[in-house]
Design a protein around this ligand. Structure first.
Ligand SMILES: *Cc1c(COP(=O)(O)O)cnc(C)c1O
Length: 403
């Protein structure tokens, strides 16, 4: 890159998360050409540290673009900003007291554009794809990712192609259509939708923004890690509980912590990272328990939590490595627990969570019961979406949990 970009980005190159091969960052890329694993963005963190200081950050806009030095977009004109990121970290004191862990916090991602944290990844990925000359974008998605991609493609004026399983809830499909995307329903799972996208890529030159199949959605999602540290005055909690599908946010936060330490913003202390999945689709939990490096695809994936209905994740080895390096764990909860704990979270915090967010609370209660989480520990739950997008579910929410 010739001159310092006007965003302040210090992006230098791409590096494969598996084989370590490096590539220039100035062109559209998907998986590592050498080994077909995810590419990760690398920055000049010494240069970033000079300008991205805690004092400088205090004066910046309240969106994820405040961390521009460690984001890939070079020219401000290409930033597609609908107000994503800088969501509140809510101290859930009443909820914490009820479950016996008073220092419980909720990062409320339901307040993002399009009602989920998918906005973070797709804002950065579509901005960067637009900057690098993508003409049309495409995605396989069972829910929130499709809506978010449609929104940022609309902001850029790029045609958007969405492939969804035919049984996707109506609202998720309507959202994409209202945002101007072309929606194709596929009889099958998300993996079958992925095949359709790759056909379009080969035939029409669309750019595939499937998570971790391009390098920049993770860059958008890693900003959750930066925000958490900034909102906790440059400390980190003891435990982070994260509802894991493709694992982009978990892997992204883990990457953010390493970057922040290299920039001198935090020390070497790390939270114990916890993956929560649904009993109906728990490939990471199974692989974690079996101490595998990669996860076998889950057969017959079925869960009400669309964000967790991911039978195979291309970043599986990165998720499992982060869980192990952090002395974390992985567990599955039932769909009924998600419905029940959504109401528990709602009535004790004022936050109406997506089922994925409720899964974090169910997991926290199990881990407290097991003694894995101590009552005096600081725990952050990620409510990854708004309950308002899941109107089709709540009729089945019961008061089965007496909290
Ligand atoms: C996509 C999604 C998830 C899973 O996120 P990953 O970072 O891909 O693991 C969780 N919750 C919701 C609401 C989602 O839309």
């Amino acid at each position: 890159m010739n001159s310092r970009p006007n965003t302040g980005s210090t992006l230098t190159h791409l590096e494969c998360g598996r084989c370590g091969a490096t590539y220039p960052a100035d062109r559209l890329m998907n998986l590592c050409p050498a080994c077909s694993k995810p590419l990760l963005a690398r920055y000049d963190l010494d240069a970033a540290a000079l300008t991205m200081t805690p004092e400088a950050l205090r004066k910046r806009p309240q969106s994820l673009w405040r961390y521009a030095e460690v984001l890939p977009v070079q020219n401000r004109e290409n930033v597609l900003n609908l107000g994503e990121g800088y969501t509140p970290l809510v101290q859930a004191q009443r909820l914490g007291t009820v479950i016996g862990c008073p220092q419980t916090y909720i990062k409320d991602e339901g307040l993002n554009p399009t009602g989920s944290f998918k906005a973070r990844g797709l804002s950065v990925a579509v901005s960067r794809a637009y900057e690098l000359g993508a003409k049309e974008v495409a995605i396989p998605s069972a829910g929130n990712a499709a809506g978010a991609m449609s929104a940022y493609a609309a902001a850029a004026g790029l045609p958007a192609h969405v492939f969804m399983p035919a049984d996707v809830p109506m609202l998720f499909r309507t959202e994409c259509e209202q945002l101007g995307a072309t929606v194709t329903l596929v009889n099958g799972l998300i993996t079958d939708c992925g095949v359709k996208v790759r056909e379009g890529v080969a035939q029409y030159g669309w750019f595939d923004v499937s998570t971790l199949r391009e390098p920049y959605r993770i860059e958008g999602k890693k900003t959750m890690g930066y925000e958490l540290a900034e909102q906790m005055d440059w400390t980190l909690p003891d435990v982070i509980i994260y509802p894991t599908g493709g694992g982009t946010g978990l892997v992204g936060m883990w990457k953010a912590f390493a970057e922040m330490e290299a920039m001198g913003l935090i020390g070497s202390q790390r939270p114990r990272m916890v993956t929560v999945q649904s009993e109906g689709c728990a490939p990471m939990v199974r692989a974690f328990v079996q101490e595998d490096e990669f996860a076998e695809p889950w057969q017959g994936a079925k869960t009400i939590a669309d964000g967790l209905r991911v039978p195979a994740a291309v970043g599986d080895f990165l998720i499992l490595a982060a869980l192990r390096q952090s002395s974390g764990t992985a567990l599955a909860v039932s769909d009924q627990e998600m419905l029940d704990y959504a109401q528990v979270m709602g009535k004790h915090t004022g936050i109406f969570p997506a089922p994925e967010g409720a899964a974090c609370l169910a997991a926290q209660v199990h881990l407290i019961e097991q003694g894995w989480i101590k009552p005096d520990e600081k725990v952050v739950l990620f409510n990854t979406g708004s309950g308002l997008k899941y109107a089709h579910l709540w009729a089945h929410a019961g008061a089965a949990v007496a909290l």
